[in-house]
Design a protein. Sequence first.
Length: 693
Amino acid sequence: HRIHGEIRRRARGGEVSVTLSELERHVRATHGDAYDAAAVEQVAEDLDRMGEIVYTRLASGEQTLVLSLEEVERYAGWLLSAARSNPRRVPALEERTLELFLLNIPERLPQAQELVVLEAVVGLLILHGICFRHEGVLIFPSLFPQVEAPPDQRTRDDVSLSYAYQGADDNIYASLVASLVISGQFGQHRLWANRVEFKIPGEGVYGLRRVPDGAGSAHIGLFFSDQVDPSRSELLIRFVTAHLRTHGVGALRAELACENCQRLIPREILNVKLTPGATDLVCPWCDLRTRVVHNDVGAVTTEDSEVRRILDDVVKAARDTTLHVNSGIRARGPGAETRPIRILHLSDLHFTASTAPGTKLQWLLDDLTKGRQPLAERLDYLVVSGDMTDRGSTAGLENARAFVSQLIDRFGLSAERCILVPGNHDVQDLLEAYDVFYDADSARAAEPDQSNWLCEGRLILVPNAARYPQRLRQFSEAFFHPLLQKPYPLDQEVEQGMAYPFHETGIQFLAFNSCWWIDQFHRDRARVSMDAVAHAVREADRLHSDAVQQGRLTAGAPLLRIAVCHHAVSGREMMKDVAFVEHLQRNGVKLLLHGDVHEMRTEKVGYRHDKGVHVVGAGSFASPTEGLPAATPRLYNLLEVARDLSWVRVHTRRQTSVDGLWDGWYEWDRENGTARPYYDIALAPENGADTFA
């Protein structure tokens, strides 16, 4: 009672937090005759369970009581709002800039108190499953915007089993998704609004979706494609059932949902209509046959030892994640970075099913971090300018994703700091992308623009508006979506230009798809759509203006816009129309990064374009020997940008043999007898003249 009274006295007095050790010292000094260390900790745990305080362990290892729940709620609400309004349309917070989301919070607490509250909030969000850590960001599953899934995804709504429940729907769904992801048992995940899919290479797709009814109850439907191993389907069912029961979900019952109309089939109808051993039955609502999952959810209990072990591992992993994120917050402190901004520029990975991502990463790490003068222990951005795989290989895309994921982890990056554009080798050849017609009138009705026709004798091939964009579906599903947790836009040419703002450094990336019209019949149709350029510029201007209005960016502060695409803008294999470069220059783009460099000459790797933009080309990072011209080394670039955005140094690195050592490509300033493995660009203020050295 005395300990409880002391805690309440401090809370009423306006104290935001108190360490357990300080509280113990006070109790010992004032109530020495009745002091009991175990009692102090027990009271703290009890009040935490009752919701009067937050009892947490800080990254420093110190146990602390956060006494002001109002401040906890205020800071948590601010972070949730920031995640919801993420300009990348993914409800996420980057952990390395977590503190920046608090800059405009009104009436901020003093720094020491704010740090305690922030660590407590992060712990609550992660440990309660409101968010989970993915590729350096905290993802909030229940906050995904309501956007329609791509057409090919809608066909997967083959709901086989559904759980009806009552409770705090958002929290229940979020914690379930977070636990599934954290467990690591179900493969690579992709999220949409109210939906999560899992996939293990070589197996089918399965997952769950939420259907709220707006009246305080909802149901979660599980779906499985035919290729999913039955043992994995069974594990998902057992895990979901045990998780919901463990988290006290009321009115839990398993139902069969029709895979056609999605309506639940009443249990009494199942008991009458379902014959022993049947694999399907006729739905009483839509009169179509639907599959049956033979599972007695009532037999699933929280005593399931395998599932219990996985759930325990999830709790431990969540605690480890909390410690990791909060340790980063505490380590960064209030000081500003002074070193140059570092951008790793890779291109033309050409990974295949046999590529070992860990090996390619190790040689890159050796080059960047070892030697007398390491180039970079930490990176700020990663740009991969196309050709992640070779000839559209799905296995190659999955290896490329694993490689990028390892890069993110090793260099303290995040998915949000990865600028990824497709290359022509990421486009799959799909015969079904074209419709075949035998007369011009029918073809004209399908596609009035005859420049898009392909005529072979009497046959006329016309791109199918729905299926033609699916050539990049595997790039989205196997590479882009699992990393960034949003699909690559497939059906909007205008969205092939995207803006990525980074207000803390003053850098904006504009990413373009130069492969939109490349297919098996048109290998040389590389171009950047003017609609995509206009869209990206509008978005970049809007995001910059919003940041100024919201106080996240000072009006008139330096701004560096960097464009990224796959194909070159000069040389024999350049895009045929590069007028878009002039529009980029007019809108403040000073650097353009691209790949697809097959002529290893300095004027193709680093030069000033006649449209006024500095171009940085990257050679192939990991092409097989047969994919490179004779005696052509593999290349990549490391860009160092001054914090005031006044200059850029481009380090060019080469590898002369497969899996050989990387070293400097000493091709710069040879005429002066001082060959260097880098060149410098001095960036002048707006409307000034840049210089190249």
